[in-house]
Write a protein that binds this ligand. Structure first.
Ligand code: B1M
Length: 215
């Protein structure tokens, strides 16, 4: 019974059908299925499948965006139930994330934030056009392990470097790992500016974040 429900959950994400995802999440609550199992064995399987197909070029950006939205809708239904049961998911680490100042692109950053959240990170998404000082203050406030910064413009990627310099100046560099990404960002850029992690996509960002958090 659960197996069929989990398969339907995965399929709702692959199809990007947020109404189906919400209905199936509600159904799992009615059937008293552990919401952790619904997320991990059901919905995340679908999101991982979409990520893989996107990586191979078999699915495209609109599919990815719809899948991410369906995933968010399902998790929103399940999270109150998780809290009610006092069964909060194991938190792998705390991540503060945002798109750098001067840059309003948010589709990729939001995908990364959703994937991190879906995979067990506590994510504080500050949105787009985020000032370095705002990122640093949030890192201190929530005691984040990782700060993730996205940049989509060649003119704004330098802000990733400025963040690392500002963390050094604030004496916080040793306390937080810096993860960078975005279309113009490369591994060699990440190495050049002294970032701790780089990923070219959202699926890879989860793997890198797990490494950085020692999870
Ligand atoms: Co803009 N834009 N845009 N744009 N835009 C680009 C980036 C551009 C390459 C288009 C082009 O000219 N070919 C170009 C930049 C050129 C350059 O810098 N060399 C460009 C430009 C010039 C501009 C404006 C300046 C245009 C103008 O106004 N004259 C302007 C800038 C505004 C600003 O930010 N100040 C602008 C505006 C916009 C829109 C608002 C219209 C819109 C954004 C809407 C939104 O985000 N809500 C937009 C869009 C949609 C694009 C393109 C077409 C698509 C970006 C996107 O969402 N990709 C883009 C061209 C392109 O990339 N093909 C372009 C899909 C997304 C899933 O990928 O964001 O790369 P991406 O994220 C990936 C990875 O990069 C990685 O994982 C994600 C998922 O796999 N990743 C991370 C991302 N962040 C990560 C963080 C991590 C790890 C991995 O760790 C923290």
């Amino acid at each position: 019974m659960s197996k069929e429900l989990f398969e339907a959950m995965a399929q709702s994400i692959i199809d990007g059908e947020d109404e189906d995802a919400v209905r199936l999440a509600q159904q799992s609550i009615e059937q008293e299925i552990n919401p952790l199992d619904a997320i991990n064995s059901g919905f995340i399987s679908g999101l991982n499948e979409v990520g893989e197909q996107f990586g191979c070029g078999d699915m495209f950006l609109p599919d990815l965006v719809l899948a991410a939205e369906a995933m968010k809708a399902a998790v929103a239904v399940l999270e109150p139930e998780l809290a009610r049961r006092g069964a909060s998911r194991e938190v792998l680490g705390k991540v503060v994330i945002g798109t750098v100042e001067g840059d309003i692109h948010d589709i990729g950053k939001t995908l990364v934030a959703t994937m991190l959240s879906a995979n067990g990170f506590e994510v504080h998404d500050l949105g787009t056009n985020v000032a370095i000082q705002t990122l640093i203050e949030k890192v201190g406030e929530v005691n984040a392990n990782i700060v993730g910064v996205s940049a989509l413009l060649t003119t704004t990627m330098v802000k990733q470097k400025h963040l690392i310099e500002a963390l050094e100046e604030a004496g916080m560099r040793a306390k937080v790992k810096v993860l960078v990404g975005g279309a113009p960002v490369t591994r060699s850029w990440a190495e050049e500016i002294g970032a701790d992690g780089y990923s070219e996509d959202a699926i890879g960002a989860v793997a890198v974040a797990k490494q950085l958090a020692g999870a």
